[in-house]
Design a protein around this ligand. Structure first.
Ligand code: SAM
Length: 221
């Protein structure tokens, strides 16, 4: 784990928005980190998974995928989400858990940098940490002690919906606060890890009262 249990969040997104894919479909796990979600996506959908991350290099993930015996189905890639080199309309679906906020918080990003790689009729499922709608606009002040300069990345469900926008390829966008927040966080805070130690200090005072995990489902025509 690299933060609140990404498998819990993925599980909730998939149960609300099931992906019906076959081994011929390709799916992009964007910001996959060490590939935990890529493993689950591969097992749950049977599709070929491109596991893309920036900070974790492809060789490191490839070694893990060989160990997990999923290397025939899961392809590690190391590219910046701002400058991806996949084929246009390559993916039937895209999943991104706990990473989209690092790179996608500007208007037009989805339409220009991500959507071109998704097939017509494709589905995008995103889970990002955010601020509850009622505290929108105050993240820099409220979250500063915990996140410092990164606080501005935390946006609420309403703002994420606006940021995704309404291109003519988009059929629907739905954003909501996911239910598994407490469980995903408690599983992360139980881990022996220096980042979890630091999060533990702020959980009761900042994280739990003001933040949420935002689910985003985008369906394309
Ligand atoms: C908190 S980790 C989450 C990883 C994984 N999705 C999980 O939940 O276990 C955030 C990930 O976002 C990735 N990331 C940040 N900026 C990125 C970018 N510009 N392009 C691709 N990935 C990026 C990082 O490499 C990092 O692994």
């Amino acid at each position: 784990m690299m933060g609140p249990n990404s498998v819990r969040i993925l599980e909730e997104l998939l149960s609300q928005c099931p992906l019906r894919l076959s081994p011929n479909d390709q799916i992009l796990d964007l910001g996959c980190g060490k590939g935990l979600t890529s493993l689950v996506i591969a097992k749950e959908t049977g599709a070929k998974v491109y596991a893309n991350d920036l900070w974790i290099n492809a060789d490191e993930n490839r070694r893990r995928f060989i160990e997990w015996e999923i290397d025939k189905q899961v392809i590690p890639v190391c590219e910046d989400a701002n400058d991806l080199h996949f084929e246009k309309k390559q993916f039937s679906a895209l999943v991104s858990i706990d990473s989209y906020h690092y790179f996608a918080g500007s208007k037009g990003f989805f339409e220009n940098k991500i959507m071109p790689f998704i097939k017509d009729g494709g589905v995008v499922l995103i889970g990002v940490p955010g601020i509850k709608d009622e505290f929108e606009g105050r993240a820099a002040q409220i979250l500063f002690d915990w996140l410092g300069e990164d606080s501005h990345m935390f946006k609420g469900p309403k703002v994420w919906k606006e940021l995704i926008g309404n291109s003519d390829r988009i059929e629907s966008v739905r954003t909501w606060e996911v239910d598994c927040f407490d469980k995903a966080w408690s599983e992360w805070l139980a881990v022996d890890n220096k980042f979890a130690d630091s999060d533990r200090q702020y959980f009761d005072s900042i994280i739990r009262p003001y933040t949420c995990f935002v689910g985003i489902e985008i369906k394309l025509y």
